[in-house]
Design a protein around this ligand. Structure first.
Ligand SMILES: [Zn+2]
Length: 153
């Protein structure tokens, strides 16, 4: 289960629209709860270093990832996942996505962007113990409304 506030959810979808027809990518920061749910408290946009074929692969510069991790820790946030977009392709992980996923227990969020418009956003959890048995498993996304939208008790 991935919990994310409406604002962050929209921001990661809009990122994919703004980089269309290229892929966008970024990092999800927040907390891992005791029941295994991940709660996103902020997202960090990352530059896509894959200039060779930015439409079907993505890669975050390791130096940028370290900087994002450090800045998150200063706010008490951990890296709990990653996101990227699939321009004109379904919001389903590819073999390349699985091969390039290395953070076990983290969420991998994919947004399909159809002709410049964000359509579906799906999340997958990377499970397994090492590279040989790893797999991406469907995960629910719960979009949280900001507090000021709540009415009643
Ligand atoms: Zn992908």
């Amino acid at each position: 289960m991935l919990k994310i506030e409406r604002n962050e959810y929209q921001a990661l979808r809009q990122h994919g629209e703004s980089t269309y027809p290229h892929e966008c990518c970024g990092v999800l920061l927040g907390q891992m709860q005791d029941d295994g749910a991940r709660v996103v408290s902020s997202i960090a946009r990352a530059g896509n270093t894959r200039t060779d074929s930015a439409h079907n692969r993505y890669n975050i510069d390791p130096k940028e990832l370290i900087r994002i991790q450090r800045e998150g820790r200063e706010r008490g946030e951990d890296i709990i996942g990653f996101y990227h977009s699939h321009p004109d392709h379904p919001a389903q992980w590819s073999q390349t996505d699985l091969a390039e996923a290395h953070w076990f227990g983290c969420s991998y969020v994919i947004t399909s962007v159809d002709r410049g418009k964000a359509v579906l956003t799906n999340a997958f959890e990377l499970r397994g113990s090492d590279e040989s048995d790893k797999k991406l498993v469907d995960e629910n996304i719960e979009v949280l409304e900001p507090d000021h939208f709540h009415t009643g008790a």
